[in-house]
Write a protein of this length. Structure first.
Length: 598
C-alpha cells in the first residue's frame, strides 16, 4: 500500500508542463434558477428513507423559524422523518431553530436539503443553551450538491438546548429548503469532568490498570485492586457506560485492543488516572492502540513504537516499516480520540477505509518520521511520515497540533504531511495547527475512488524552519490518474512561509476547489506559486503574498492580478508569525481573513 505524494506533480518544476498539456473537463450546464416549488424533484436519485442516519439522534421537541414561504413549508416539516416534506423560506438570513427540550451534548448536525442533488446550499449552524446567547459552530458551510439524503456536519462536542440553521442561499437562488434535520449527540446533559479521569463517568463500573502495583488476579474495580497488564484488558469485556483507566507514569507493550462498543447515550470511556506523564502504549499491529467497535471516548493516552531497522537506500538512511499509533480499523465508527499523543511512527493515527464518523480532537502528533516505503526504483511511490492518515469518510480532525512529521525520501527529497488523505470523503479538518511539517495536506486516490468533498477551515500551517520546503494544499482535477478532488473547500486558513501555497492541476475547476477568506504567504524566493491552478476556482476574500513581494498567483493558467476579484495581493499584517503569533494587526488589508479574523 502506498500513498503518492505531492512531489509527483511539482517536484521537477512541472507546473508549466501541466498547464500546457491539461485542459478542463466540460461540465453539464447547471439547472435554471427557480424558487421552491410545491413538489420535490429528486431527479434520478432514489431516496431510501430507511437509510436515514439515526446514530445518536436526539429528540427535537419543536421548531420555529423566521418565516415560511408557503402554508405547507412549515418548520415542523423539517423534522418529521420524511424527505418528501420541507420547511422553506426566501432570502438570505432566514433561519430555523430546533429545541431539544433540555440541554444535551451535541456532536453533529445532519441536514437534508430540497433539491440537494442539484444545487449546493450554504448555511451557518449556531448552538445555544438558553436561546439568547449563541455560539457559531459552523460558518457558511456548503452542502455537497450531490445528494437529497442527510449529510452529517460534525462539531466539537458541546452542550446546547437550541440549534439554529441560518440560510446563505444556494447555487440556484437565495432560498432555503430543508427537508429533514437530525441533531446528533450523546443524549445526556453536558457537564464538567468528574473523578480522577478527564471524561465524565457515564454511570457504569470503572476498571483500573496499574503497571507497578496491579495484579491480573484482582477485580480491577478500584485503585487498590487494579489489573496489571494490557493482556488482561484485551481478554476482558466492557459494557456500555463503563470506564477503563490507565495509571499515569506507566507504560505497556501493545497492542491495546479496544474492541467493545458503547451506545450513543452510554459511551465506553478509556482514560488516565493519577499524576505524572500520560500512560504509554508501545508497539502493536496494526497499531499500538487498536480501535474497533463504536461509541468510545479514548483520552489521555500516548502511543509510540520501537523504530524499525534503518536502511541506506542511496540518498537516505532511515527507518522503514509500518508503525501506527492509534489504528481505527474498518468498522470503527462514532469513536472519539482526544488529548492524546503519538510520536516516532509512520502515522500517529490511521483512519482506515471503513472507519467513519470518528473524531480526533485536541491531540499532539509530533516527530512521526518512519517511512513505509522508500527506494530508488525510479517510481513516484515513496510514502510515510504522517500525523494523521485518512482513508475513511465523515471524520472530524480538529484542534490538534502537528510538528516534525517528515522524513528523507529517495523520490522527493523529503516526504511527510500533517494530514494525508487517500480515498477519503466528506471529512472535516478545522482549527488545527501545523508547524514545520513539509506538507500540510495532500489528497489522492483513483478515478473510481476519489478523495472528495473534504473541508479545511481555520487551520494554521507554518513551515518556519524546513529548509525552504512547504506545501499547504495539493489537489488535482478531472484529468488526474490519482482521481479528481471535487468539492474541496479551503476557507479561513492561515498559511505562512511555504514554498507552495495552493496547487490544483490536471483539470482544476470551480467544482474542484473553493478558496475563501484565507491568508496564504509564500517564503521569500519561493520557487513555486502562492496559488497555482490550471482552471477556474471559486475564490474570494483571500490575502495572497510572498515575503519578498514577488507576485506569484496563477489562476486559470494566467498570472494576472486583475483577476483576483475581492481577494488582494498585500502583506496580511500578521502580528509576529516567526514567533508563532498569527493574529492580525490593526490595519490588516482583510480583517475577516485567516484563522484568527479580527
Amino acid at each position: 500500500m502506498f500513498y503518492p505524494h505531492a512531489h509527483l506533480m511539482i517536484r521537477l518544476g512541472l507546473l508549466s508542463a501541466v498547464l500546457a498539456s491539461c485542459g478542463t473537463l466540460t461540465q453539464p450546464n447547471p439547472p435554471e434558477p427557480s424558487e421552491l416549488e410545491n413538489t420535490v424533484q429528486n431527479g434520478d436519485e432514489q431516496i431510501d428513507l430507511l437509510a436515514l442516519p439515526s446514530d445518536g439522534a436526539l429528540s427535537i421537541t419543536s421548531a420555529t423559524a423566521s418565516s415560511s414561504n408557503s402554508s405547507t413549508a412549515t418548520p415542523g416539516k423539517a423534522h418529521d422523518n420524511s424527505l418528501s416534506s420541507w420547511w422553506g423560506a426566501n432570502g438570505t438570513g432566514s433561519w430555523i431553530r430546533f429545541d431539544l427540550g433540555s440541554e444535551k451534548t451535541i456532536d453533529a448536525v445532519s441536514l437534508a436539503f430540497y433539491r440537494g442533488a442539484n444545487r449546493k446550499a450554504t448555511f451557518d449552524v449556531e448552538l445555544s443553551r438558553d436561546g439568547s446567547n449563541w455560539t457559531k459552530v459552523l460558518s457558511k458551510v456548503t452542502s455537497s450538491g450531490s445528494t437529497n439524503n442527510l449529510e452529517r456536519y460534525n462539531v466539537t462536542d458541546q452542550g446546547a438546548r437550541y440549534i439554529r440553521v441560518t440560510n446563505h442561499g444556494n447555487t440556484e437562488s437565495s432560498a432555503i429548503g430543508l427537508t429533514e434535520a437530525v441533531i446528533n449527540g450523546t443524549g445526556g446533559s453536558s457537564g464538567g469532568a468528574t473523578g480522577s479521569a478527564s471524561v465524565p463517568n457515564s454511570g457504569g463500573r470503572t476498571y483500573y490498570v496499574d503497571c507497578s502495583n496491579g495484579s491480573d488476579s484482582n477485580s480491577g474495580t478500584s485503585t487498590g485492586s487494579a489489573w496489571r497488564s494490557v493482556g488482561k484488558v484485551n481478554n476482558s469485556w466492557l459494557n456500555a457506560g463503563e470506564r477503563l483507566l490507565f495509571k499515569r507514569g506507566c507504560s505497556w507493550n501493545g497492542p491495546l485492543n479496544l474492541r467493545w462498543s458503547g451506545t450513543s447515550s452510554a459511551r465506553i470511556i478509556v482514560d488516565a488516572y493519577g499524576s505524572g506523564s500520560l500512560p504509554l502504549i508501545r508497539n502493536g499491529n496494526p497499531g499500538a492502540v487498536i480501535v474497533r467497535g463504536s461509541h468510545k471516548i479514548i483520552a489521555n493516552l500516548r502511543a509510540t513504537a520501537d523504530k524499525p531497522r534503518s536502511v541506506d537506500s542511496g540518498r537516505c538512511y532511515g527507518p522503514i516499516g509500518w508503525r501506527i499509533g492509534f489504528s481505527f480499523v474498518s468498522g470503527s465508527n462514532n469513536n472519539t480520540l482526544q488529548n492524546a499523543e503519538a510520536y516516532g511512527l509512520t502515522a500517529g493515527v490511521h483512519l482506515e477505509d471503513g472507519a467513519n464518523n470518528n473524531k480526533i480532537l485536541r491531540s499532539r502528533f509530533t516527530n512521526n518520521n518512519v517511512m513505509s516505503k522508500n527506494n530508488d526504483d525510479g517510481g513516484d511511490n515513496d510514502s510515510g511520515a504522517w500525523g494523521v492518515l485518512v482513508n475513511g469518510n465523515d471524520n472530524e480532525v480538529a484542534h490538534n497540533y502537528f510538528e516534525g512529521n517528515t522524513a528523507c525520501s529517495e523520490d522527493y527529497g523529503v516526504e511527510g504531511a500533517s494530514l494525508e488523505l487517500y480515498y477519503a470523503k466528506r471529512n472535516y479538518f478545522h482549527h488545527n495547527t501545523s508547524i514545520n511539517d513539509t506538507t500540510f495536506t495532500e489528497l489522492g486516490g483513483s478515478s473510481s475512488n476519489r478523495s472528495e468533498y473534504n473541508r479545511f477551515e481555520y487551520n494554521i500551517y507554518a513551515p518556519l524552519n524546513t529548509n525552504g520546503r512547504g506545501e499547504a494544499l495539493v489537489i488535482r482535477g478531472w484529468g488526474s490518474s490519482w482521481g479528481a478532488n471535487p468539492g474541496t473547500v479551503f476557507n479561513h486558513n492561515t498559511v505562512f512561509n511555504t514554498n507552495v501555497g495552493v496547487f490544483c492541476g490536471e483539470g482544476c475547476g470551480t467544482d474542484i476547489l473553493t478558496l475563501r477568506d484565507n491568508i496564504i504567504v509564500t517564503r521569500s524566493g519561493a520557487t513555486k506559486d502562492t496559488v497555482w491552478t490550471d482552471g477556474p476556482i471559486n475564490q474570494s476574500g483571500n490575502v495572497f503574498y510572498q515575503l519578498d513581494g514577488q507576485y506569484k498567483v496563477t489562476i486559470n493558467g494566467v498570472k494576472d492580478s486583475s483577476r483576483l476579484g475581492t481577494s488582494v495581493w498585500a502583506n496580511p499584517r500578521l502580528d509576529d508569525p516567526w514567533n508563532r503569533d498569527f493574529t492580525l494587526e490593526s490595519g490588516a488589508p482583510k480583517s475577516s481573513a485567516g484563522a484568527f479574523p479580527r
